[in-house]
Ligand binder design. Structure first.
Ligand code: PAF
Length: 301
């Protein structure tokens, strides 16, 4: 394997500096993950490799973003397979620190707060989740800043970080954080990867039974229905799409709405009777059997 595994921040900095120097690198990409990698992560890594001279992927199961210790313990740890997947995409460095490396003084007293944007949708059913996620993303983005002067001594190499559009609320929050708090990084959203039948890839899909996996397809079907209506400049008729999801007995709908892509505020009146115009995001979350799934679709008309 060509990929280099490092477990300390000092090791990450040394290896990234060495590679930037060796490749006369003008850019560095960062792909933050929690491991248990699948094709969706492979797409993030591939995009980063296409766009940057040096690419770092992080593998860290962040305790701060789990409300429940059982969920944290249950989260799959698959380091060997993750390294093989990242290596196959051409990632240079995997940074897989222990919890003590990231939080040497225990849980941080000072955290990033996600504010109003983090309280709705996923935040409503997972209190504290986005504060925990943004806090670690802030740390990971800092660890990944490329060293100044390595690309021939002229300023900082370009710095980009890659997040999946599948986690639309997380992506909106990270975009907002780097603007509001002046992080020196460009955030790149990478389109959701789906199974041949349309199911959005997620590390949670492995917990679905065959029947639940089949039932879960109603989420992407309902989103597709909205996309088709938006493309045809028709009223979105969200209610009928909701009814389609609710008719599936194994699926318990949590929310399904059409929102502004940046603020995530509902765009209710733009989707019922009037033909749809503009840019929006359809967001859906449901429990399928015991597994909570989220999905979304950008709408444009
Ligand atoms: O999306 C994820 O996998 C995590 O929330 C992230 C961004 C790696 C932070 O732990």
């Amino acid at each position: 394997m060509a990929i280099k595994l490092v477990t300390t921040v000092a090791g990450l900095h040394a290896e990234s500096a060495r590679l930037l120097r060796e490749k006369q690198g003008a850019s560095q990409g960062l792909v933050p993950t929690m491991g248990a990698l699948h094709e969706g992560h492979a797409a993030l890594a591939r995009t980063a490799v296409e766009q940057n001279d040096v690419v770092v992927a992080t593998i860290f199961v962040n305790p701060l973003q789990f409300g429940d210790a059982v969920d944290l313990d249950r989260y799959p740890r698959t380091l060997e397979a993750d390294l093989a997947l990242l290596d196959a995409q051409g990632v240079d460095i995997a940074f897989a620190p222990a919890v003590e490396e990231v939080y040497p003084g225990g849980e941080p007293l000072v955290r990033v707060t996600s504010g109003r944007l983090g309280e709705k949708w996923e935040g409503a059913s997972r209190p504290g989740h986005f504060d925990g996620a943004l806090t670690v993303v802030a740390k990971l983005l800092h660890y990944g800043i490329p060293a100044a002067g390595l690309a021939g001594g002229v300023g900082l190499p370009a710095y980009r970080a890659y997040f999946g559009q599948k986690d639309a609320q997380q992506l909106a929050l990270v975009r907002r954080m780097v603007v509001d708090l002046n992080f020196p990084v460009d955030i790149v959203g990478v389109p959701t990867v789906r199974s041949a039948e349309g199911l959005a890839l997620s590390s949670r899909n492995r917990f679905l039974s065959d029947d639940e996996r089949e039932a879960a397809l109603v989420l992407s079907r309902a989103l597709r229905l909205l996309e088709e209506r938006a493309n045809a400049h028709e009223p979105l008729d969200l209610e009928s799409a909701q009814a389609m999801v609710e008719s599936q007995p194994l699926v318990k709908l949590d929310y399904f709405d059409v929102v502004d892509p940046a603020t995530l505020e509902p765009l209710a009146e733009n989707c019922r009777e009037t033909p749809f115009r503009g840019e929006a995001l359809a967001l859906i979350a449901a429990k399928v059997g015991p597994v909570r799934l989220i999905d979304n679709a950008p709408l444009s008309s």
